[in-house]
Design a protein around this ligand. Structure first.
Ligand code: NAD
Ligand code: ZN
Length: 407
């Protein structure tokens, strides 16, 4: 038996945020990030709509990008004091993910972070509050997923919390919010969405319910992402839907080792003054992982289907040739989006450069531990090929040096 879970309601299209007016409840806590939602007036709008619905509203502001365990604990404490019956999380993946974890701790104050990280081990929620997510970036799709990514900065590791319990009750996918994204954010979150859709399509947990969502999302991202990056607002709006479709697919089909590697490298070099931004990490590792996974006959065939649907290679070509076309296409997208091809060339500002912020000797020193952690990541289990530690180390090296994957 397989399970397919999505939010009970999804409001989409320009102005969809107005749906907040129809919510029933007494108290809403709005969780937001560092200021973009306030700056562009979306926070005030949300507060006004909720007040119109007769609710008392309190804010929890300042959730940082790649939120920490400490922030989650602080937010949960604020919820315990205010006792909301609605949690409204607004912004990019970071504040929404943090709010999901706060929600768990609010409903179960004694639960530890380690207990939250047990895959599909979250106790029943919604005894105290329902959850609405309003996404402002076009990538993570956390507004519809069963995941939350929280960073333990002491360990330098991102931990996914995974359970359908944290799939929001309501998702609001209003493209007005995505239109204010700066270019770099469009690029990174867009490639995150592309990775979600491709990993979901070849995941061992794919099914008839997830395939159409994944493959249609891939086609939309192919059509819309670069133009959105270059300022086409109609395409920007379409990307907001595309990333959400990809999210519906991967929340139910799960992901693969591109994400395992991104989770375990993202904060691993934070002591060198920067992060490898989630979407950029995915964009760099995806072509390498495709070459690795394509040694699996089922994955090879499914990459071929993706390429046929994208119409980027002659339909009569072999699946091996189609995989090459897919890798070349994705690398071209990285070039068009100003994303480097490997960690060695990943600058602290995320742009390509000769020598990136991760020194070679530090990378090699930490390689073994990162490989072990990546294999242990919750996303590894559904990858079409299960790498050994040695293979994972080799793969990570290809991602550092941009060398070819031939194993
Ligand atoms: N839960 C999931 O299923 C899932 C999936 C993939 C990634 N993630 C996680 O999500 C996080 C990344 O989220 P993200 O990529 O959405 O970015 P983010 O939430 O970290 O936001 C990045 C920056 O963009 C700003 N911003 C957000 N929306 C904006 C807008 N509309 N206009 C202008 N500025 C805006 C924010 O203020 C912030 O400074 C990572 O921690 C990643 O691991 C979660
Ligand atoms: Zn992702």
């Amino acid at each position: 038996m397989a399970r397919f879970t999505l939010p009970r309601d999804l409001y989409h299209g320009k102005g969809a945020m107005e749906a907040l007016k129809t919510f029933q409840g007494k108290k809403a806590m709005i969780c937001v990030g560092g200021g973009s939602m306030k700056r562009f007036g979306f926070l005030d709008k949300a507060v006004a709509y909720l007040k119109e619905a007769g609710m008392e509203v309190r804010l929890f502001e300042g959730i940082e990008p790649d939120p920490s365990v400490e922030t989650v604990m602080k937010g949960a404490q604020a919820m315990l004091e205010f006792e909301p019956d609605w949690i409204i999380a607004m912004g990019g993946g970071s504040p929404i993910d943090a709010a999901k974890a706060m929600w768990i701790k609010y409903e179960y104050p004694d639960i530890t972070f380690e207990e939250m990280c047990k895959v599909f081990g979250i106790p029943q929620l919604r005894k105290k509050a329902k959850f609405c997510a309003i996404s402002s970036t076009s990538g993570t799709a956390t507004e519809v997923t069963a995941f939350s990514i929280i960073t333990d900065y002491q360990k330098g590791i991102k931990y996914p919390i995974a359970d359908f319990e944290i799939t929001p009750d309501v998702a609001i996918v209003d493209p007005d919010l995505a239109e204010t994204m700066p270019k770099k954010l469009v690029a990174h979150t867009g490639m995150d969405a592309m990775t979600h859709a491709i990993e979901a399509y070849v995941s061992t947990a794919n099914c008839n319910y997830t395939d159409p969502l994944a493959i249609f999302a891939i086609k939309m991202i192919e059509n819309d992402l670069v133009a959105s990056y270059n300022g086409d607002m109609e395409k920007r709006d379409a990307m907001h839907d595309a990333q959400c479709l990809a999210g519906m697919a991967f929340s139910n089909a799960l992901l693969g080792i591109v994400h395992s590697m991104a989770h375990k490298t993202g904060a691993a070099f934070a002591d060198y003054g920067a992060h490898i931004i989630h979407g950029a990490a995915n964009a760099m590792y995806l072509p390498k992982v495709i070459a690795f996974n394509a040694k699996d006959p089922t994955a090879l065939k499914r990459y071929g289907q993706i390429v046929d649907y994208m119409e980027i290679c002659d339909k009569t070509a072999s699946d091996e040739e189609k995989v090459k076309a897919l890798i070349a296409y994705l690398r071209k997208m990285n070039d068009e989006l100003n994303i480097p091809h490997c960690i060695k060339n990943y600058g602290a500002d995320s742009y390509p450069c000769e020598q990136g912020f991760v020194p070679e000797n530090v990378f090699l020193e930490r390689l073994h531990d990162i490989a072990v952690n990546a294999i242990g990541d919750a996303c590894t289990g559904s990858n079409p090929r299960q790498p050994s530690v040695e293979e994972m180390e080799k793969l990570l090296k290809c991602c550092y040096y941009d060398t070819e994957v031939d194993f």
